[in-house]
Design a protein around this ligand. Structure first.
Ligand SMILES: Cc1cc2nc3c(=O)[nH]c(=O)nc-3n(C[C@H](O)[C@H](O)[C@H](O)COP(=O)(O)OP(=O)(O)OC[C@H]3O[C@@H](n4cnc5c(N)ncnc54)[C@H](O)[C@@H]3O)c2cc1C
Length: 319
């Protein structure tokens, strides 16, 4: 008989070894803010390693990132990781953001070059007097404060990169500058990730390369994102969502099945850490984490003090 699949042994009472992080984007409206916080409340008891908040190019979206990160710090026991980019800002401006985060108690930054303000796909030109790319930004962060720094990685190579080799050179430069973890762009064929991992390890890179998992909340939007990000969308994935444009409930079941198949296969091949692109929605991610053996931490009994990370006070409990 074949050896049993590793993914069969991630039950809650097993030493699970599975670690997760959740990515959110800063909300634009009061309604979106409510959706985000419902998602955070639902996912927080799963005790992610950290939750990250993306960063946009314009001044108002930057403010929203800062506000969201600060609210996570103030109102939850979660560890926030603030995304930061080099786009449309001088070094001094970016340095001021890093300093403010460090002072506010943020200990983890996801350092990115970012996309041009005109959108992903347009040609990138560094701001004169700004940081030029991810590696340059990592070095800048490390000069200012001893923060944990995570960076991006691209199993299918970044669209600006002439080759996978050049892309891995950039990853190496980011690690040499002080990054200790990379989260990947999303992908749908696990072989792409494993092939990339082989090349990264062959280049002597040892840091965790955490797969970025995008549950397909909406197939059309996913296709648009993927085209901009240089991620391929296999035809079998299109087939699975084919004919379901007007059938949201079946789409959701299919999305859960697709993501479950992907993460359980990754576990079977030894992966124990996952970064979820939540799109500020909890339900699919929560279900997939459940399959991964994650269970909500027990809440303290009424009146008992919260003494460890098993007791996560949430906004609703604090008010
Ligand atoms: C996990 C994750 C989180 C993200 N979060 C955000 C976010 O919060 N906000 C946001 O705006 N975007 C975000 N992005 C998207 C990211 O900003 C874009 O992919 C951007 O185009 C590249 O940023 P980077 O940090 O990956 O770039 P880098 O790592 O600096 O570069 C990416 C690749 O481009 C090539 N390259 C870079 N500079 C040059 C150059 N000068 N000459 C030739 N080739 C070059 C290199 O091959 C390199 O590998 C995220 C991406 C990932 C994977």
């Amino acid at each position: 008989m074949d050896a049993p699949r590793a993914s069969r042994f991630v039950a809650a009472d097993q030493p699970r070894g599975i670690a997760v992080s959740f990515e959110f984007f800063p909300p634009k409206t009061a309604e979106m803010e409510q959706t985000l916080w419902e998602a955070i409340e639902r996912l927080a008891p799963l005790q992610p390693n950290f939750v990250s908040v993306t960063y946009g190019a314009g001044g108002s979206t930057r403010e929203r990132t800062h506000a969201t990160v600060k609210r996570i710090l103030a109102e939850t026991m979660l560890t926030p990781a603030a995304h930061l980019t080099c786009v449309a800002a001088t070094r001094a401006e970016v340095d001021a953001v890093i300093g403010a985060y460090a002072q506010a108690g943020v200990r983890h930054i996801v350092a990115l070059r970012g996309d041009p303000t005109s959108g992903a796909g347009a040609k990138y030109a560094p701001h004169p007097g700004g940081y030029s790319n991810g590696a340059d930004l990592v070095a800048g962060i490390k000069r200012i404060a001893d923060l944990e720094v995570s960076v991006s990685a691209y199993p299918e190579k970044h669209p600006d990169s002439p080759s996978v080799g050049a892309d891995i050179d950039m990853l190496k430069a980011k690690i040499d500058a002080g990054a200790t973890r990379a989260m990947t762009q999303f992908f749908f064929e696990n072989d792409l990730y494993f092939r990339y991992l082989d090349r990264v390890r062959a280049a002597g890179i040892q840091i965790p390369i955490v797969p970025g998992i995008l549950p397909v909340q909406n197939f059309k939007t996913t296709k648009t994102f993927a085209a901009r990000a240089g991620a391929s969308v296999p035809s079998w994935l299109a087939d699975r969502f084919d004919g379901l444009d007007d059938d949201a409930s079946t789409r959701k079941l299919i999305a859960a099945a697709v993501a479950a198949e992907q993460v359980l296969d990754l576990v079977d091949h030894g992966v124990t850490e996952f970064h979820f692109y939540t799109m500020n929605r909890a339900d699919l991610v929560y279900a997939i984490c459940h399959l991964l053996g994650l269970r909500p931490a027990k809440q303290p009994e009424e009146g008992a003090a919260a003494t460890d990370r098993g007791a996560l006070p949430l906004p609703s409990e604090l008010s």
